[in-house]
Write a protein that binds this ligand. Sequence first.
Ligand code: 13P
Length: 252
Amino acid sequence: MRTRFVAGNWKMNKTGEETRVLVAEMLPELSAIKGADKAVCPPAPYLMSLANLLAGSGVGLGAQNMHWEASGAFTGEIAPKMVAEFCQYVILGHSERRAYFGETDEMVNKKVKAALAVGLTPIMCVGETLDENEAGQTAAVVSRQTKGGLAGLTPEEAVKIVVAYEPVWAIGTGRAATSQQAQDVHANVVRKSLADLFGKDAAEAIRIQYGGSVNAKNAAELFGMPDIDGALVGGASLKAPDFIAIVKAAAG
Ligand code: 13P
């Protein structure tokens, strides 16, 4: 059985002081929730201080991006080992990075491999835009991103990763995919692509999160679906009561 996993993607929000306040608000309740994995992904400058606050709490820490190279002349970038000093997770290939910073499946693939090499768990994001959705290209796009991002991994490596299906049209819009829409893509596109790549057993072991306007109200219904193994939460992860409620829903 796959343990559900909820991660909060704080994106480019909050000051250092605000991140510490938010963690302090969430920590007692979050760390008491058993039966689901949970993590927060703050902006990079706050990883060190939050790693200290979260130590031993059972709440994981993730970065929102990293470079694939180990070191060198890459001004402004963060290396895998730098992330791994503080974090257990790293979000890779988020649609905002693909849309605004030119990330391709090939770049995401290098990042996934680099993350695994330093012991980080990649949360690799895939998802179609509204135009692609309306043109009936959802399966083609999501399977291309899944297979491209994970190309060259062994099944033993693949079972360590998390995939987040985040339809771009659902992100920050208040218009989440229905639980049935998400279930269909998770089972028939993402898990099917994983099975094509790594075999059925590995595919069954890999967790697939849903992301896009997940909130305290719709979380339980989403998690009721057999192939929705958690959530990657944006806006609602910035409010302690909402994020706690979503993690509680995942714990069942
Ligand atoms: P929202 O939950 O704000 O729609 O964002 C989803 C997301 O992009 C998480 O990575």
